[in-house]
Design a protein around this ligand. Structure first.
Ligand code: SF4
Length: 182
């Protein structure tokens, strides 16, 4: 399917009426993607407890199509929930690379946004965006489950703006910066 999506803009470019087909494809693909954001089950510190609460019965993210998956191969959202110590930087990059495109990253809480209360520590990465591109930042220490859900809804708004013509197929994005949505 990824190869089809990658080739579609080129094929539509030479066909009469191709622009309409491409626009309709964007709408269908983006609708499917935003309604099935599957995060990988991965947590680092206290913020991960809030993330687990969001998945559990009271907040129940399943109703939004958000199903945590046990493998990065099956997931398209990496939630960085907790303090990113330098020792964990390499495994985080590895998990990110194991996820298929399109993949998104949500930074949950002050620690992963900028180092949080441990900003001065010798062992803490001062923001996960130093090692992987981040699509959405959620503030707080810790952010409540509602804040995480709000962050995912914001991500869904960004997904709505993705376009196959701008490389939203299955080809890996440039990994040194955030994904383009404009
Ligand atoms: S932001 Fe606060 S709650 Fe979240 S991991 Fe850091 S110290 Fe813990």
């Amino acid at each position: 399917m990824g190869i089809v999506l990658d080739k579609l803009p080129g094929v539509c470019g030479v066909l009469p009426g191709g622009a309409g087909v491409l626009a309709a494809s964007d709408e269908v693909v983006n609708w499917a993607r935003k309604r099935s954001v599957w995060p990988v089950t991965f947590g680092l510190a206290c913020c991960a407890i809030e993330m687990m609460a969001a998945y559990a019965a009271r907040f129940d993210t399943d109703r939004l199509g958000i199903f945590p998956r046990p493998s990065p191969r099956q997931a398209d959202l990496l939630i960085i929930a907790g303090t990113v110590v330098k020792k964990m930087a390499e495994p985080i990059v590895q998990i990110f690379h194991q996820m298929p495109e399109p993949r998104w990253v949500l930074s949950l809480g002050s620690c992963s946004n900028c180092g949080g209360p441990y900003y001065d520590s010798y062992s803490v990465v001062k923001g996960v965006d130093k090692i992987i591109p981040v699509d959405v930042y959620v503030a707080g220490c810790p952010p409540r489950p509602e804040a995480l859900i709000y962050g995912i809804l914001e991500l869904q708004k960004k997904i709505e703006k993705m376009s196959l013509a701008r490389g939203a197929g299955a080809t890996a994005q440039i990994e040194t910066g955030p994904r383009r949505y404009d």
